[in-house]
Design a protein around this ligand. Sequence first.
Ligand code: SF4
Length: 102
Amino acid sequence: MKKCRLIVSVDLSRCVGCGRCVKACLTGALALVNGKAKLVDEKRCDGFGSCIAACPHNAISLTLREAEEFDWSILLNVKLSDWIEKFRLTSRKITGYTLSFD
Ligand code: SF4
């Protein structure tokens, strides 16, 4: 079912195909297709933006549009330590500060 929500969008003119966003996405929403990042599964995009933080070329942004709802069951397969790292990296990009969970 589709609803209006924030979801990632890739600016192909900026993307150089480095793949950092693909690695940063813990839920497998992105893949490299023909040398460019592509949102391959809307249900896997949580809209949290770790891919945005990982991209060195500012090629990814969040867009408010109709999209498939996020499949929360995907989170059952994500390790807590990976979530903490994702939150730390994303927070640093947004705030400029590094969070510590020690
Ligand atoms: S991190 Fe940025 S430049 Fe690299 S593949 Fe993803 S969108 Fe493209």
